[in-house]
Design a binder for this molecule. Structure first.
Ligand code: PHE
Length: 469
């Protein structure tokens, strides 16, 4: 019976630990590095508004669906999808959703570790006083010096990947729980300090206007697709991270409540990061749409000028690194869990081989900032392609399939049993969102954002034939 399954990898010791771990997975570079710069590239307020709608109507329901499926299957995403499909008498091809997640996970981990490596390097730069009284030119120069040096980038990328493999190799309670308990609250507090500084010394009015005053002329299919991709990335959805964490969740915990808590915490951190960054951007006359260097260039100027900036700055990058760490762990975990289950490898071997493969792939992203900078087939360099394919294409697609599976293929009896509230208002709201809003929302945004209306149409037709035949 499904309800009696146990995970061979262990279980979280409490509901709070799960919330912390899932928040640890969600909160990371996506909130503090990616959200501000993607907002900057997409014109500000209107993007933020669309982002919030994506989180509320598509993200949180799929978050709940992933926890639900994971807890019911109690295995790595590939095997969970397979056993659940089997339980319901469906095709074992649903396991492909898990496979897609593995591909997305490798791509994400590869560039994620490169950027996390920057954050690791910055701890030492800031602590060493490199940015004291820095001008914009100094701050930009320092960033380009780092990203221009293949040797340094490779080293930091390797250091970060080693940290990630280390924790994943130690397993659920030994490694993961300890890391998140203390560090998440600390990150939140330091972010508040920086927000306070930024609002009082930067151009608060311009920053807040940029973030919260929507200019709808800046919205088009591509912006909405970017917002959707960002929502999936930031909430760790569409590739099995939350599903695998859900597989370690005790049975009596409320899925609805935990999903809402995790979704809100993640969103608050992203907004705080925006409020920390944009007043400084406008105060110093910087360009909001400058891309991946945004956070590293703006915040270091602030640290270079605020009292105690060397200390607060180093602390900030320590916490950012840790936030990235708890996310990277959750990106590696689904693959490792699968290798342990299916190939019978030890956790150590699985973590090493998984991590080193992603590290090698990451070299491509790392070279995109120097030697391969001008190698841009189709208008994107290697880094941009890895990010685009994983975040903007694979995650929304994976999430949509999860929604279709949880809503349309899993029996209502199963999903209600796992939800645990009977046919409550909460359950019915979730079901409505997961049946209609999430899959259709993703499909429409996809069709508009990629210009592939016909392809998306035929894909949907194929899915519905598969579903209803
Ligand atoms: N959510 C993480 C972040 O915002 C990144 C991530 C993506 C983690 C996908 C797991 C899966 O940094």
């Amino acid at each position: 019976m499904a309800a009696a399954r146990k995970s061979m990898h262990g279980e979280w010791s409490s509901r709070w630990i799960f919330i912390l771990a899932a928040t640890g997975s969600a909160v990371g570079l996506g909130n503090i590095w990616r959200f501000p710069y993607v907002t900057g590239e997409n014109g500000g307020g209107a993007f933020v508004l669309v982002y919030l709608a994506c989180v509320a109507f598509v993200g949180i329901p799929i978050l709940a669906a992933e926890i639900l499926l994971g807890r019911r299957g109690r295995q790595s995403p590939i095997n969970t999808m397979r056993v659940l499909a089997d339980d319901e008498g469906l095709s074992s091809r649903w396991a492909y959703v898990g496979w897609m997640g593995v591909v997305a996970g490798f791509l994400i981990l590869s560039f994620y570790s490169v950027v996390a490596g920057w954050s690791l390097a910055y701890i030492f730069y800031v602590a060493g006083g490199v940015f004291n009284d820095a001008t914009i030119a100094d701050s930009q120069g320092e960033f380009h010096q780092l990203t221009g040096s293949v040797a340094r980038l490779t080293l930091w990328h390797a250091a970060f990947m080693a940290m990630t493999m280390f924790v994943v190799a130690r397993g659920v309670s030994g490694g993961l729980e300890k890391a998140v308990k203390l560090l998440m609250p600390a990150l939140f507090s330091i972010l508040l300090v920086i927000v306070g500084y930024s609002l009082t010394t930067g151009d608060a009015a311009a920053g807040l206007r940029y973030l919260f005053e929507p200019d709808f002329s800046k919205i088009n299919g591509a912006t909405i697709l970017a917002a959707l991709g960002q929502a999936f990335f930031s909430l760790s959805l569409g590739m099995g991270s939350i599903m695998v964490y859900g597989s370690y969740l005790p049975k009596d915990v409320s899925i609805a409540q935990t999903s809402i808590i995790v979704g809100c915490a993640d969103t608050v951190v992203a907004l705080l990061a925006g409020i920390a960054i944009f007043p400084i951007v406008f105060g110093y006359g910087l360009e909001p749409g400058q891309g991946p260097g945004l956070v590293f260039i703006t915040l270091t100027i602030a640290f270079g000028h605020m009292p105690g900036g060397q200390f607060f700055g180093a602390l900030f990058f320590i916490l950012l690194t840790v936030a990235a760490w708890t996310s990277a762990i959750s990106i590696l975990e689904p693959v490792v869990a699968w290798l342990v289950e299916s190939a019978r490898w030890s956790r150590l071997k699985a973590s090493l081989i998984g991590g080193v493969s992603a590290w090698l792939l990451g070299i491509g992203s790392l070279l995109s900032f120097n030697y391969w900078e001008d190698f841009t087939p189709g208008g994107r360099n290697f880094f941009d392609w890895a990010e685009f394919i994983s975040t903007t294409i694979l995650l929304p697609l994976g999430g949509m399939l999860v929604a279709i599976f949880a809503g349309w293929r899993l029996s209502l009896a199963s999903s209600m049993d796992e939800f645990g509230t009977g046919p409550s208002v909460g359950y019915r709201t979730w079901l409505g969102l997961i049946l209609f809003v999430a899959p259709l929302g993703v499909a429409i945004v996809f069709a508009e954002g990629t210009g592939l209306r016909r392809a998306v149409g035929s894909f949907l037709a194929a899915v519905s034939t598969a579903l209803f035949s």
